[in-house]
Design a binder for this molecule. Sequence first.
Ligand code: G3P
Length: 217
Amino acid sequence: MEIYLDTANLAEIREAASWGILSGVTTNPTLIAREHGADFKAIITEIAELVDGPISAETISLDAEGMVREGLEYASWHSNVIIKVPSTTEGLRAVNQLAWHGIRCNVTLCFNAVQALLAARAGAFIISPFVGRVDDTGVDGMALIREIAGIYRQDREITTKILAASIRHPRHIVEAALAGADIATCPFKVLQQAMRHPLTDRGIEQFLADWKSRSAS
Ligand code: G3P
């Protein structure tokens, strides 16, 4: 399973990219807004220069015509840019039209398996089920990933990748991989948490202490 970073913060992207683990980046209007009025095109272009993989830029139009217009513009900024559209019928229409132009789409805000099936049929490059937000409703978000993976596996024509979005904690990453996700997009904080373990810290301390005692003897 590939790891994407779910952020528009360049410092976080630079740091995670330096670990050698990043295969792509996802942004959304909320994440862009957190970057204090920074220019959308400038942020997306810089991310696309930093990470050599799909960089999701999200449309804000509600109609297919607007999504396609935005998508054509964003995709012209850099070859790594892919276009995020919502899981709506207008989104499906936009995916289909953008695919005709050779532009890849990430269909976002997916909350059921039928949305995922139709997005794949329309030609989506990525489907983004929001596991954390499904969990928030009291339903198991990972069950949705499993359902989609089962449906996609049965249909050889489907090449759409399943991206587990709305990842809230390190265990979500493990569960997404086991459930059949192709990608997990993670907040930077969750990746940091995932690499921390008290026994790792204690082990390092112990090894250093033993090493020092050896040099002293
Ligand atoms: O990739 C979508 C993600 O940013 C949504 O996460 O935590 O706002 O549900 P969250």
